[in-house]
Write a protein that binds this ligand. Structure first.
Ligand code: GDP
Ligand code: ZN
Length: 450
């Protein structure tokens, strides 16, 4: 079951000056390959921290570090693995990499360690993807969700649906093969009931896809409105204060620790539409056009209006650009009073004051509601676009048989074919069946060394 492939090496920590830098190695006979460059007392014990001296071909010392050997199959990849912690000097790490490459060890491709872990059955595809999600997560909520996927929660849910389908197939199969005999079979009503349950389960999972996408890629938020209505102020008030919450831990880079802009744990990408305004100047019109195109990538648009003043032509012309998109009208400057006519002009709006912070919580809630994110506690399972695609295929097939079966009797042979197809899509999600192309596209998004 476990297959040991050719040895690979990669730097597992960021390249740059740091206290330690970790080289990761995996593959068949990897320990033997690097032994000529190691000076250590006694034999290498599994999972034991050895103090070693790294030397080059001529025995010159390069660095001193800690080596841990994880023999197959009890390692991340399932292969023989080594983690070598050296001092985090790029010169040292580079030299060590060179030595190992000269010994016939190849540089790992992005995600290759995790890919091998998947191929060796150490984790399914959903868990492998969760590793990348976890490393790339931009908010604590996204981290929690990735961790749940890594622990196999999404796999379990899909596995449950799959085994229910397989059970149904087994009944239908029995119906075909032993139709003369006294084998328990399901009535048409029972099959329909089971299909209904499956449809419900799949729909529930699919309903998480929108938020799943936002958690992984961020929600694109555009803030538009004519000059001086308070767009910048609102943006800072909505998100900027988060910068101040970050604690200072001595010796760490502040930027790095800072959670990205988020609302309720959903990462926010600000769409730059600074150029949106009305103009008759043809050159400026081009800039306006570009901004409008950018608006196309926004998931949600905030149209900011000065709610304390009567509307102007420009407010309305910007409104006409966004009103067909998912938008929220924000009447700002509530602290200066409300202009009745302005409020009456919009069927729906949220009233805020970027200055005092009044109404901002309502606005955050409204943004989350539009995003399809209802639960405040979060940390649930959210599928990705890849999963959603396949789940949708599975669902469509099941819905099709459900409809046909309700309207007329379909032969068990046909029923079985359909159900098998539905199972197949689920297996693609988990990775039981997969292609090189799919694996390439998934693992190429990983960082080197993972
Ligand atoms: P932008 O041009 O739309 O980005 O508007 P700014 O955020 O630069 O704000 C324009 C002016 O309005 C500034 O003087 C802000 O201090 C002021 N302003 C923004 N929001 C409010 C608000 O809620 N109440 C009051 N009283 N003034 C505000
Ligand atoms: Zn501004």
């Amino acid at each position: 079951m476990i297959r040991q492939r050719e040895p690979i090496v990669a730097l597992a920590t960021p390249y740059g000056e740091s206290a330690i830098g970790v080289l990761r190695l995996s593959g068949k006979g990897v320990l033997e390959k690097i032994k000529p460059f190691l000076k250590l007392k006694g034999a290498v014990k599994p999972r034991y921290a050895h103090l070693v001296t790294l030397v080059d071909e001529e025995g010159r010392e390069i660095d001193e570090g800690i080596l841990v050997f994880y023999p197959s199959p009890k390692s991340y990849t399932g292969e023989d693995m080594i983690e070598l912690s050296l001092h985090g000097n790029p010169l040292i790490l580079h030299r060590a990499l060179e030595l190992f490459l000269s010994a016939g060890i190849r540089l790992a491709e992005p995600g290759e360690f995790t890919r091998r872990a998947f191929l060796n059955g150490k984790m399914d595809l959903l868990q492998a993807e969760a590793v990348a999600d976890l490393i790339g997560a931009r908010t604590e909520l996204a981290v929690r969700c990735a961790l749940r996927q890594l622990r196999g929660e999404l796999s379990d849910r899909i596995e449950r649906i799959r085994s229910q389908l397989l059970e149904l197939i087994a009944y239908v199969e029995a119906d075909i093969e032993f139709s003369e005999q006294d084998i328990p079979t399901l009535s048409r009503e029972e099959i329909l009931k089971r299909l209904e349950d499956l449809i419900k389960d799949l729909e529930d999972l699919l309903a998480t896809a929108r938020v799943g996408n936002f958690l992984r890629k961020g929600l694109n938020l555009a803030i538009v409105g004519k000059p001086n209505v308070g767009k910048s102020s609102l943006f800072n008030a909505l998100l900027g204060s988060q910068r101040a919450i970050v604690t200072d831990i001595p010796g760490t880079t502040r930027d790095f620790l800072q959670e990205q802009w988020n609302i309720g744990g959903i990462p926010i990408n600000l769409v730059d539409t600074a150029g949106i305004r009305t103009t008759t100047d043809p050159v400026e019109q081009m800039g306006v056009q570009r901004s409008i195109e950018k608006l196309g990538s926004a998931h949600i648009v905030l149209l900011v209006v000065d709610g304390s003043k009567p509307l102007e032509e420009e407010d309305l012309s910007i409104y006409s650009m966004v009103k067909d998109k998912d938008h929220i009208v924000v009447l700002n400057k509530k602290d200066l009073g409300v202009c009745e006519d302005t409020a009456k002009a919009f069927p729906e709006f949220v009233m805020v004051s970027a200055k005092t912070g009044d109404g901002l919580e309502d606005l955050r809630k409204e943004i989350l509601r539009r995003a399809g994110f209802y639960t405040a506690e979060g940390g649930s399972i959210y599928v990705s676009a890849r999963h959603a695609n396949l789940l949708q295929n599975s669902l469509s097939v099941i819905k099709l048989v459900y409809q046909q079966l309700r309207e007329q009797d379909i032969s068990p042979e046909i029923l079985m074919l359909y159900l098998r197809e539905a199972v197949h899509y689920l297996e693609e999600v988990i990775g039981t069946v997969t292609t090189e192309d799919v694996l390439d596209s998934i693992f190429s998004s990983f960082c080197i060394g993972k």
